[in-house]
Design a protein around this ligand. Sequence first.
Ligand SMILES: Cc1cc2nc3c(=O)[nH]c(=O)nc-3n(C[C@H](O)[C@H](O)[C@H](O)COP(=O)(O)OP(=O)(O)OC[C@H]3O[C@@H](n4cnc5c(N)ncnc54)[C@H](O)[C@@H]3O)c2cc1C
Length: 135
Amino acid sequence: MEEHWGRTIWRLLHVIVKKIDEDTFNKHKAILIELINYIGTHLPCGVCSHHYIKENYISHGEIYHKEGLIIKLWDIHNNVNDSRKKNVYSVNVLDDYDNYDLSDVVKDFKEKIGKFRSMNMDKVNEELEKFLWAH
Ligand SMILES: Cc1cc2nc3c(=O)[nH]c(=O)nc-3n(C[C@H](O)[C@H](O)[C@H](O)COP(=O)(O)OP(=O)(O)OC[C@H]3O[C@@H](n4cnc5c(N)ncnc54)[C@H](O)[C@@H]3O)c2cc1C
């Protein structure tokens, strides 16, 4: 069975923030937060996008450093798990994302999520390139 789009997108979001180096993060923090919010508000499921806007939209002022964004995404993912009546996970789950290669995760995201046409993939790809070559 094909993987649910949600898993593909969560993997991209968690891996990109974990893999980015501190300098790139500090330089491109605003662009990265905007990219995450853009993806979260253009999900293949309209109700989920609406939920993201209402409950999980990341404001620039609440993120000071890379670790803060890693934890924020973990918290958002748990909020969604909770709303789906699923288990919430301890922070240890974040260790799993160290094992991924960012270029593989981006490639997988482009292939699987592009098909849904919910987001402007040209715009997303352009932004992703910045992080792909700078981690
Ligand atoms: C931004 C976003 C918002 C979404 N909003 C909704 C919504 O409003 N309603 C809805 O029904 N679905 C929503 N989805 C989809 C939903 O989260 C699931 O991805 C989907 O239902 C597939 O479920 P799954 O059981 O494979 O779990 P998933 O949550 O996709 O994947 C589970 C795996 O993710 C890892 N994981 C679990 N929790 C965490 C965490 N806190 N931090 C890091 N890793 C973790 C674990 O390895 C676990 O095995 C959203 C997806 C995304 C990307």
